[in-house]
Design a protein around this ligand. Sequence first.
Ligand code: NI
Length: 181
Amino acid sequence: MLDLPISLDEMQLRYYPDPVLRHPAESIPLTELGPHIASLADWMIDIMVQNSGIGLAAPQIGLPLRIVVISLTGKKQDAEVFVNPEISNFQGMSEVEEGCLSLPGIRAKVRRPAACTVTAMDLDGNTYVTDAVDLAATVIQHETDHLNGTLFIDRISSVSRLACRKTIKQLEKDFSSGQGQ
Ligand code: NI
C-alpha cells in the first residue's frame, strides 16, 4: 500500500522552497488505483480550483507521487486526472508567461515546446494517449516538471530571474520563519 496520510486535510498547498517540491515523485502502481487515489485526485482538484489554479501536481500538497490534475478553464467540471504522465514527441517552441501555486507572486515567461504527446493512466487504470497543444502543452509540461522536482523558475532567463529575485527571497524568508528557524 502507498503511504498516504490518514486525513486528506493534512495535505495542503506547499510553497517554495519546501524541499518536498524538489523530490522526484514515485510512480503509482496500477494495483494501487482505487477509491483512495480517486479521493486524492478529487482533493487535489478542490485545492487547485479554490486557489484559482489550472494545474496541480501531488508534490505541491506534500505527496511525492506521480499524479497531476489539470483544468484549463479553472473549473472543477473540466478537470482531468493524469496518473504517471509521460510526455514525448515535442514539437515547435513557444514562450508563455507562467505562474505556480507554490510560487505565489511570481510570473515569468518560459520557453517550452508548443506541442507534445501525453501518455497517462486514468483513475480506472486505463492507459490513454492524447496530443496537447498550446496552453494544454504548457500546463502538462509544467506539471510533469513538478513530478521531477523541477520548478518553472529553473527554466526562466537570467533577466527574469533578476526581476523575481525579491519575491523569491521573500518566499525563502517566509518559509524559514514558518519552520521556526
Ligand atoms: Ni506549478
